[in-house]
Design a binder for this molecule. Structure first.
Ligand SMILES: CC(C)(COP(=O)(O)OP(=O)(O)OC[C@H]1O[C@@H](n2cnc3c(N)ncnc32)[C@H](O)[C@@H]1OP(=O)(O)O)[C@@H](O)C(=O)NCCC(=O)NCCS
Length: 288
């Protein structure tokens, strides 16, 4: 993938995921819509970051079309220390089931060079088939949705606002939980999120909270620290909220969600290869 592929890759991604969302939508879900221009610009901005940070993990599949090249597929992955993650992956609907996805996945896995791997998987049958055939374990994920019952919020102490000076110990905690620090991804997350950390260095933990009060990435040394951090995020929520990427080794999060009045739903898989499911941990879909 090159910088000048980004607009075409964005359109391919928007069409691919609209088709997948229509296909995999449950009757209770709202009608899927094509990604907005603003969301498209955010997508390009994030892909540019991956391309700058680890370009070897970013690929497009192209085919000749009307005398030019058409982007028909994309696979964007990143190595961080001794860990590989897949950020996004797709093939245009009209080009699926012809082996393009296999070639893309094989190529980004070659870039992983034997590193353990992690990503959040859709339920698309082509995707789950590819992932399992590549040796990934698919762990079903829960999502907790609803409006927080304010009277259920406990008084949470021992937390403080975090900053870039916290990244060294946060990376050490990441290594214990997932085998690698987030490195530059911490800076990327801090630019658009509030960071809350445990004030007790013997019980490390942190959570990034987005503008709508959703926990985007949470890591802790112990489940009780993780629960306090999640309560802090839920306290910041306004209206309907969401806690996602919850796997069964992270039932501490289910217990907090239920106590807050949220309901359990099911959504996709956490895919891992060569490593266990991190816990106590809530992965971020973009930076894992
Ligand atoms: C996942 C994806 C990239 C695979 O691309 P692709 O070019 O179709 O992949 P391939 O043809 O190499 O392989 C897909 C495999 O799944 C099968 N498959 C594809 N679509 C299928 C479907 N709708 N139902 C059942 N099987 C399907 C293919 O037959 C093939 O199996 P085979 O290799 O044993 O023949 C593509 O399906 C896609 O873009 N899906 C929607 C977006 C998505 O969910 N991306 C993953 C996000 S985590």
């Amino acid at each position: 993938m090159r910088e000048d592929d980004l607009p075409a890759a964005e359109r391919a991604s928007a069409l691919t995921f609209l088709d997948a969302d229509r296909r995999d939508r449950r009757v209770s879900d709202p009608e899927p819509e094509l990604r907005s221009a603003a969301a498209g610009r955010q997508w390009i901005d994030r892909m540019r970051y991956y391309l700058t940070t680890d370009p070897g993990g970013c690929l497009v599949a192209v085919e000749p079309h009307a005398g030019a090249e058409q982007v028909v597929g994309f696979a964007v992955s990143q190595n961080r220390e001794w860990l590989w993650y897949l950020a996004t992956y797709g093939v245009l609907p009209g080009h699926q089931r012809r082996g393009i996805g296999k070639r893309l996945l094989d190529a980004v896995l070659a870039h992983a060079d034997g590193r353990p791997g992690i990503f959040s998987s859709s339920v698309h049958p082509g995707a789950t088939r590819r992932y399992r055939l590549a040796g990934f374990s698919l762990h079903p994920q829960m999502r907790m949705v609803g409006t927080v019952v304010r009277s259920a919020l406990p008084a949470v102490d021992g937390l403080r606002e975090g900053g870039a000076e916290d990244f060294p110990w946060m990376d050490r905690l990441d290594r214990e939980l997932r085998g690698a620090g987030h490195g530059p991804d911490h800076g990327r997350l801090l630019a658009s999120h509030r960071l809350v950390v445990s004030g007790d260095r013997t019980r490390p933990g942190y959570v990034y909270v987005d503008g709508r009060g959703r926990a985007a990435l949470l890591a802790a040394g112990r489940a009780d620290t993780a629960q306090r951090l999640l309560w802090e995020a839920l306290a910041a929520s306004d209206g309907s909220t969401l806690v996602n990427c919850v796997t069964t080794p992270n039932e501490w999060a289910v217990d907090v969600g239920l106590a807050a009045g949220l309901a359990i739903g099911q959504e996709g898989y956490l895919a891992v290869r060569g490593m266990p499911v991190p816990a106590p941990y809530l992965a971020d879909g973009h930076f894992l």
